[in-house]
Design a protein around this ligand. Structure first.
Ligand SMILES: [Zn+2]
Length: 159
């Protein structure tokens, strides 16, 4: 028995003068300011975390992540994803597909690194992580370079 679930997230960039690093999929990407948010604002991991919640039915982003952030000072989104994966008691993630929209940064040079990072966090082989990226062609806030939007689709198999 399989389940599939989608997760989405989007964040706006900090001003260009910000020293906050841009973190995507647990990887620091140079050349762009970070994204706005109380946490590291890792928009990729937030979308993946929401997709995991779509499998388990237990939402992590929101009350639980806010508590981790505000009460325990945990801003590393990898911890939020770990919390979500901990709730997957009956299912094993078998595949992850990511679709990203944003004019900046240029994502193509980072895709292999991102795949490795995500595969490592989810216990998958790199061949079970797919990532595509589009610029958005000036049509949306993401396409105008003001932020990044990510969709994540997870497939999981019953243990
Ligand atoms: Zn987010």
């Amino acid at each position: 028995m399989f389940k599939t679930a989608i997760g989405q997230d989007s964040h706006r960039f900090e001003p260009d003068t910000s020293s906050k690093p841009l973190v995507l999929g647990g990887v620091i990407i140079p050349g762009c300011p970070g994204l706005c948010g109380n946490s590291d604002a890792d928009v990729v991991l937030h979308a993946v975390t929401n997709a995991v919640s779509g499998i388990s039915g237990i939402n992590i982003l929101g009350e639980i992540s806010d508590n981790l952030c505000h009460k325990q000072g945990i801003t590393d989104s990898r911890i939020y994803l770990e919390k979500a994966l901990d709730t997957l008691t009956e299912y094993t993630v078998t595949h992850l597909s990511i679709s990203m929209e944003g004019r900046r940064p240029k994502l193509a040079p980072h895709i292999d690194t991102l795949k490795k990072s995500l595969a490592n966090m989810l216990g998958l082989t790199v061949s079970c992580v797919g990532i595509t990226a589009t610029t958005g062609e000036d049509l949306t806030e993401f396409g105008r370079g003001n932020g990044i939007q990510v969709f994540a689709l997870i497939t999981a198999q019953k243990k």
